[in-house]
Design a protein around this ligand. Structure first.
Ligand code: NAP
Length: 280
C-alpha cells in the first residue's frame, strides 16, 4: 500500500513542470509576459523563481535580453526558449503568437535543443590577481578612450602578431552575426565549434603591420593577448556589451568554455535561413 502511494507521488512530481521567465521591462514585453504566465498556469505549469529548479527557461525580449539573462544567471544549461519582442531575434525564435504551440510542445516533451558555445576570458593582473568572465557573443578588448592600442597576440604558445588599432574581438559562432559581422568578420554556423578573432580598425602601414582579416581557430586553441609594453596595460573589456575598465593587465587568455547553453530551436529554419531573412 505504502509503495503504491510513493509511486503516485513521484508521478505527480514528474508532471508538474516548472518554467522560469526572464524579461525586459519594455511595455510590449510585459504584456506578452503576462499572457504567457496566464497560459502556463492554465496548462498546469508552475512558475519558479530559480533557474536551476526549472525544466524550461522562457526569455521574453530581444537578443539583448537573452544576453543579459545569460550574464545574470551564470549561463544556465536548462533549455531556453526565446519569445521575440525585440528587433532582430537571432536567439529569440518564437513569435508571441506561437505561445500556445510552445506550451503544447513543452508538455509533450517535443522541444528540440541546439547547444551553443560560450567563450571564457581569464584576465591575469601584474600583482597576481586573476578574474574570469564568460560571453555568449563575444569579448571586445580595446584601449581606454579613443587611443589605439598595441597588443601582442599569440595562439597557444606561438606568437602571431603585434596588433595596432582600436582593439580586437573574439567571438563565438553565435556572436558571429553580431558585432563581429559589422567588423567584416565571417558568419559561422553555430554547429561549428570555433573561435573567431577579428581586428577592429587595424593599422596596416609602413610603421605598423596588423592582420586585416578575421581568423578562425579550432575549439581547443587559446588566444593570448598581452600589452606590448607598460603603456597599454589599461584596457576596456566588454563581454556581451557589459563594459569593465581594468588597469595593470598582464595578459588575457580566451578559450571556448566547456559549458554550453541549450537553445530551444522552435522552427525548422536553418542558420542560413535566419541569415537570409535577417540580413539580406
Ligand atoms: P544591444 O542594443 O543589446 O544589441 C545591439 C544589437 O545587436 C541589437 O539589435 C541586438 O538584437 C543585436 N544582437 C545581439 N546579439 C546578436 C547576435 N548574436 N546576432 C545578431 N544580432 C545580435 O547592445 P549592447 O547591450 O551594447 O551589446 C549587446 C551586443 O550588441 C554585443 O554582444 C555586440 O555583439 C552587439 N554590438 C554590435 C555593435 C555593432 O554591430 N557595431 C556594436 C556594439 C555592440 P535585438 O534587437 O534582438 O536585441
Amino acid at each position: 500500500m505504502e509503495k503504491s502511494f510513493r509511486v503516485t507521488l513521484i508521478h505527480i512530481d514528474k508532471i508538474m513542470k516548472k518554467v522560469f521567465i526572464y524579461k525586459n521591462d519594455v511595455p510590449h514585453t510585459l504584456e506578452i509576459a503576462a499572457e504567457l504566465v496566464e497560459k502556463l498556469e492554465a496548462a498546469g505549469i508552475e512558475i519558479t523563481d530559480k533557474t536551476d529548479d526549472a525544466d524550461l527557461i522562457i526569455n521574453v525580449g530581444g537578443d539583448g535580453t537573452f544576453l543579459s539573462l545569460m550574464q545574470n544567471h551564470e549561463f544556465p544549461t536548462v533549455p531556453v526558449a526565446g519569445i521575440n519582442t525585440g528587433h532582430l531575434g537571432f536567439f529569440q525564435e518564437i513569435a508571441p503568437s506561437d505561445i500556445d504551440r510552445l506550451i503544447n510542445r513543452f508538455l509533450k516533451g517535443e522541444l528540440k535543443i541546439q547547444p551553443y558555445n560560450i567563450v571564457k576570458a581569464d584576465i591575469f593582473f601584474k600583482d597576481g590577481r586573476e578574474i574570469a568572465h564568460r560571453a555568449l557573443n563575444e569579448f571586445v578588448i580595446k584601449g581606454q578612450g579613443t587611443h589605439p592600442i598595441h597588443l601582442n597576440i599569440s595562439i597557444n604558445k606561438s606568437f602571431i602578431e603585434k596588433f595596432s588599432g582600436d582593439g580586437i574581438i573574439v567571438s563565438t559562432p553565435a556572436g558571429s552575426t553580431a558585432y563581429n559581422y559589422s567588423l567584416g568578420g565571417a558568419l559561422v554556423d553555430p554547429r561549428l565549434h570555433l573561435l573567431q578573432l577579428a581586428p577592429m580598425a587595424p593599422m596596416n602601414n609602413t610603421a605598423y603591420r596588423s592582420l586585416t582579416s578575421s581568423i578562425l581557430l579550432p575549439a581547443n586553441d587559446t588566444v593570448i593577448i598581452e600589452p606590448c609594453d607598460e603603456q597599454w596595460t589599461s584596457m576596456d573589456i566588454l563581454y556581451d556589451g557589459v563594459e569593465e575598465k581594468y588597469d595593470d593587465i598582464k595578459c588575457i587568455e580566451l578559450t571556448l568554455s566547456r559549458r554550453k547553453i541549450n537553445l530551444v530551436r522552435y522552427s525548422e529554419t536553418t542558420f542560413w535561413d535566419k541569415v537570409k531573412t535577417k540580413f539580406l
